[in-house]
Ligand binder design. Structure first.
Ligand code: GLN
Length: 511
């Protein structure tokens, strides 16, 4: 089936048919990623540190720092993956290479997670960097510029992300801890099977992508070299091989950086400025209209750091809050389980509905533009954090409060995520020039790395304040902290709306 780009982009109906294939490849990749992410902290504390002489609190602290470092590196590598996709590999080969590295990483962990933990994780970090940004960019390519159905497509794709996140996040750790299939898997093999499952689903993701490629026409093919006479020719093979070799060279470096968390600080302080300098350099090579759009993209990227810094409390302080300060008044469910998977659960149902709402509004010329959607994202995030604050009014003197109210907060925050995260993916594809698509998508995810990093610092700050406090005082400290964060989110939303006329000018015809 040799489709042209025109034929793909002139699809009828609400979604291009290729989006479903990309949806499934990304779903399985996120299963692998979130499956592994869900096991990290628990595995480090209980298996890696099993015979260590560290005190329990020290184990917790180190494990949290290592977890945060791994998260930061994963998202930081998306910039590298996006950049090499633009310049050398193209999106398809990048995605494939990333997938293979992720499979190798999970297989290493499946064979001997105890011995080769950091090696396996480092393969996964680099692999995700090559996979994650480039599949999102390909979704954008299914749409003509200006197609009002784009945001809805990204919302649907986002549902796939979260379906994978929910399944992987739940199943892998449950198998590893022996809460599932324990009668079938001998105790000493449980972690091997859990990590092995991540490898299997990643194979499914890649096999699915092999079939998808046939329907993608020219989308994601390798870039070509422009010759002096105006014709194009294929890049020399050594370019491609150099990228493969270089990415393997990164693996031992990441192993060292992840195992000593202080290195992450240095890394984070250098990588951001370097990528900005590189972006500014690329900006000198484009037309002024294209440059203005890149400035606008940068504004969205910077705001997203604030968003994720607040949002990502879920992996840190909110999980401690859930463990110590919540009851089980929601159907008897475990508060940590709800905290880990509630957001993804809501998104799976809400994302397609919100996507269709955008289409419905756009037909009536009422669809808010990206700036307003981002602003709404912050406002919902802020309101959600105010609901978290409000849990204190339902607390007992023992410092235990309602999981129901907490879940309402998650729902409100999820609306915020849906106004910002898929819309951010979409706007990156609209504002980037043709040659910088992968890199800009990588920058979007790099902002998440900073968000994770900031979130860790905020969470650690709150944990320090409550040291030595009883459970009720700890609840007050946390909820007051959430009120503060809610206020910051609202301020960010208002600032964004205030500067929107300026950003709109930079965006020109893009909505
Ligand atoms: N949860 C989304 C995903 O995994 C968004 C992650 C992010 O950008 N921080 O794709």
């Amino acid at each position: 089936m040799n489709l042209t780009l025109e034929e793909i982009q002139n699809f009828k109906g609400k979604y291009p048919k290729q989006i479903w294939s990309l949806f499934f490849s990304e779903m399985w990749e996120r299963f692998c990623f979130y499956g592994m992410r869900g096991m990290l902290t628990f595995f480090i504390i209980n298996v890696i540190f099993e015979n260590s002489t560290l005190k329990p609190a020290e184990k917790d602290e180190l494990a949290n720092l290592q977890y945060a470092a791994i998260q930061a590196f994963v998202y930081a590598f998306t910039f590298v993956g996006g950049l090499f996709a633009d310049k050398i590999l193209g999106f398809r080969k990048s995605l494939f290479w990333g997938g293979i590295l992720m499979i190798i990483g999970s297989l290493i962990l499946a064979v001997n997670p105890h011995e080769y933990f950091f090696l396996g994780i480092s393969f996964t970090v680099v692999g995700t960097g090559f996979f994650k940004p480039n599949i999102s960019t390909m979704v954008g390519k299914l749409y003509k510029s200006g197609d009002t159905r784009t945001d809805a497509g990204f919302s649907l794709f986002y549902a796939g992300i979260n379906l994978g996140a929910l399944l992987g996040g739940y199943l892998c750790i449950a198998i590893g801890k022996g809460e599932m299939l324990s009668h079938l898997i001998p105790e000493h093999k449980r972690w091997n099977v859990a990590f092995g499952l991540a490898a299997i689903v990643m194979v499914i993701s890649l096999v699915n992508f092999i079939f998808t490629q046939r329907q993608l026409g020219p989308i994601g093919l390798q870039p070509q070299r422009l010759n002096a006479d105006g014709t194009f020719s294929a890049l020399a093979k050594w370019n491609e091989y150099s990228v493969y070799i270089l990415s393997l060279v990164f693996i031992p470096l990441i192993m060292i950086m992840v195992s000593v968390p202080e290195y992450t600080d240095y890394f984070m302080w250098t990588v951001g400025p370097l990528t900005l300098i590189y972006l500014f350099y690329e900006m000198t090579k484009v037309s002024s209209s294209e440059r203005n759009k890149l400035w606008a993209a940068l504004v969205f990227i910077i705001f997203s750091i604030v968003f994720w810094g607040i949002y990502e409390q879920s992996g840190g302080s909110l999980s401690i809050f859930a463990a110590n300060n919540l009851n089980k008044d929601l159907l008897g469910l475990d508060p940590n389980g709800v905290n880990n998977s509630g957001g993804a659960f809501f998104i799976i149902f809400l994302a397609p509905i919100v996507g269709l709402l955008w289409i419905w509004l756009s037909k009536r010329k009422l669809e808010p533009n990206t700036l307003i959607k981002f602003g709404l994202g912050f406002i919902f995030l802020g309101l959600g954090y105010y609901v978290l604050f409000a849990t204190k009014f339902f607390a007992t003197l023992q410092g235990i409060t309602s999981l129901n109210i907490f879940t309402i907060a998650l729902l409100v925050i999820t609306f915020g995520e849906l106004c910002l995260s898929p819309i951010g993916l979409s706007i990156m594809t609209k504002l980037s020039t043709e040659k910088l698509q992968g890199m800009m998508m990588g920058m979007w995810f790099l902002a998440s790395a900073y968000g994770q990093y900031v979130a860790g610092q905020i969470g650690a700050g709150m944990a320090k304040v409550k040291t030595g406090a009883n459970n009720y005082d700890a609840l007050i400290t946390y909820t007051d902290g959430y009120k503060q964060l809610g206020l910051y989110a609202l301020i960010a939303g208002v600032v964004l709306i205030l500067i929107s006329p300026l950003v709109k000018k930079l965006m020109q015809e893009v909505r």
